[in-house]
Design a protein around this ligand. Structure first.
Ligand code: ATP
Ligand code: MG
Length: 232
């Protein structure tokens, strides 16, 4: 569904991705893991047309590199960026509706989906996101991305700073979305355990290059890799 080939990304003169290639099959959940500064967020920003790139990004065989972020959202790519980036003095409901800009016909259905996944957002619909907990804000961020009616969801570090119980709720919601709606998901994570719990394929990113990749099951069971990358 998504095929990235030899992707280079640049912030001004600084190069952050050095020829990244990866493929994501429809209905898959893939993880990008790697330490601080490895380029996980850059890769997501590159897919969303938010940084300068060279190389190829194809969606269903069509080149999408160079499209505007708005056109990428319209073509079915949803993005929940690192640290959520919500509008703090707008309500939960209005933050969700911002995501619906390009998918107005689906508003009722998508709101129902988001409320079903995260019931707390239905109860707190009028609350300003500035006064929410970190976990609730992460739910709004995922919800806003779902309001775009995505076929692929990019999620950047959804568990950062959250308690294990909230991480589990978010993992459960992502698994449900994948299982029940067939949503294809790409998750960037430093939280290796979280990523390994969800992802069927894992790509380890190191200083802007894919160092190792393969089925999560296989990486987990290789003692050398497990020790080098997963700490056990
Ligand atoms: N706006 C920017 N301007 C210049 N360099 C940047 C910018 N954003 C990121 N970089 C650089 O690009 C590289 C990759 O950063 P990136 O944020 O993609 O890493 P990451 O894997 O997401 O890290 P983290 O786990 O800390 O979020 C780093 O060397 C970083 O300093
Ligand atoms: Mg990041």
């Amino acid at each position: 569904m998504l095929r990235i080939e030899e992707l280079y990304a640049y912030y001004g003169m600084a190069q952050s991705l050095h020829g990244v290639s990866l493929s994501l099959a429809e209905g898959d959940i893939a993880g990008i893991i790697g330490p601080n500064g490895a380029g996980k967020s850059t890769l997501m920003d590159a897919i969303m047309g938010l940084v300068r790139t060279q190389g190829s990004i194809k969606l269903d065989g069509h080149e999408i590199r160079g499209l505007s972020p708005a056109d990428l959202v319209k073509s079915g790519i949803g993005y929940a960026p690192e640290r959520a980036h919500l509008f703090p003095y707008m309500s939960v409901r209005d933050n969700l509706l911002v995501g619906a800009y390009t998918a107005r016909a689906d508003i009722e259905r998508n709101l129902e989906l988001v409320h079903d996944l995260f019931p707390v957002l239905r109860e707190r619909w009028a609350q300003e996101t500035a006064t929410q907990s970190g976990g609730e804000r992460q739910m709004v961020s995922l919800g806003r991305a779902l309001m775009t009616s995505p076929r692929i969801l990019l999620v950047d570090e959804p568990t950062i700073g959250l308690a294990p119980r909230i991480c589990s709720a978010i993992a459960e919601a992502l698994l449900r979305l994948n299982r029940e709606t067939g949503l294809t998901i790409l998750i960037a994570e430093q939280n290796v355990n979280f990523a390994m719990e969800l992802a069927r394929h894992v790509h380890v990113l190191e200083t802007g290059r894919i160092a190792v990749e393969g089925p999560a099951q296989q990486l987990r069971s290789d003692p050398e890799l497990a020790k080098a990358y997963f700490g056990h």
